[in-house]
Design a binder for this molecule. Structure first.
Ligand code: CP
Ligand code: NVA
Length: 304
């Protein structure tokens, strides 16, 4: 049987995603009670990182260890990938020795090429276009705090980047309305917007997006790989900040999320991380639990 991959949220059905979140919550509660679970004993995850990471690396590595397996950290500095060995050749070789491969890279095409040649499941751990693992954690966190988000409204404030584009996929998969507030020229991909136009709208004014929303989300103004644009983006995005004033326009029980790392004073005011409706620390922790559920699903083809 061909391996299932997780390159975007569209690789799983809506029902599979919902079950995966339930399973993530169960794993979280078991782990907190100290229950030992060794479903991935002797299994190995290869982790290819072409960009920096704190949460993604720690959660995948700790997750594999907690499930009885192991994870290998592979950086382009130390592997032949960094010296030009073709992605497909690397995929054939690496996937012949491990049970799953996780990749964080620049071009989304790279994970697609790797997956096409890989015998083992491939997980997208962030590309320039998508960050689906973060959405698993975000959706699990929302459910744990507020129940299902189906029929609700999410406001995305800021750049139409990889996180925003994963929220667009999530809008369809999890059945919520998404309002994206971004400056002109920083919209998400137009084809993606078009494919999800019944669920997603783009506005200019952050207040129009936030009013009556159930969840406010943002991310850095300049993503990894856009460091040269930082100064220019600080000017363009000046009005695209989530702060307590903007939160007050949202529903009374609205939550605030940020995938982190955060830049206080830019996309969020300094007081947002610890705002009473901020769930950023649970959101970060849930990377661990949601991805353990994902690893079991992809490697063992089960969620129980
Ligand atoms: N949110 C997230 O993916 O964080 P890292 O870049 O630290 O992995
Ligand atoms: N949009 C950010 C997300 C980091 C987790 C980036 O790509 O750098």
């Amino acid at each position: 049987m061909a391996a299932r991959h997780f390159l975007t949220l569209n690789d799983l059905s809506s029902d599979e995603l919902e079950s995966l979140l339930d399973h993530g919550t169960k794993l979280r509660s078991e782990w907190r009670r100290g229950i030992v679970r060794e479903t991935l004993k002797n299994r190995v995850l290869a982790m290819i990182f072409e960009k920096s990471s704190t949460r993604t690396r720690v959660s995948f590595e700790a997750g594999m260890t907690q499930l009885g397996g192991a994870a290998l950290f592979l950086s382009p500095r130390d592997t032949q990938l960094g010296r030009g060995e073709p992605v497909e050749d690397s995929a054939i070789v690496i996937s012949s020795m491990v049970d799953a491969v996780m990749i964080r890279t620049f071009a989304h095409k790279t994970v697609e090429q790797f997956a096409a040649a890989s015998r083992a499941p491939v997980i997208n751990a962030l590309t320039d276009d998508f960050h689906p693992c973060q959405l698993l954690a975000d959706m699990q966190t929302y459910r744990e705090h507020r129940g299902s988000i189906r029929g609700g409204t999410v406001a995305w404030i800021g750049d139409g980047n990889n996180m925003c584009q994963s929220y667009i996929n999530a809008a369809t998969q999890f059945g919520f309305n998404l309002r994206v507030a971004c400056p002109e020229g920083y919209e998400p991909d137009s084809k993606l917007l078009d494919a999800h136009k019944d669920k997603v709208s783009v506005v200019r004014d952050p207040e129009d997006a936030a009013r009556g929303a159930d969840l406010l989300v943002t991310d850095v103004w300049a993503s990894m790989g856009q460091e040269d644009e930082q100064k220019a983006r600080e000017k363009t995005f000046r009005d695209y900040q989530i702060n307590p004033g903007l939160m007050n326009l949202a529903n009374r029980d609205a939550l605030f999320m940020h995938c982190l790392p955060a830049h206080r004073g830019e996309e969020i005011s300094a007081d947002m991380m610890d705002h009473p409706r901020s769930v950023v620390w649970d959101e970060a922790e849930n990377r661990l639990h949601a991805q353990k559920a994902l690893l079991e699903f992809l490697i063992l083809n089960r969620l129980d």
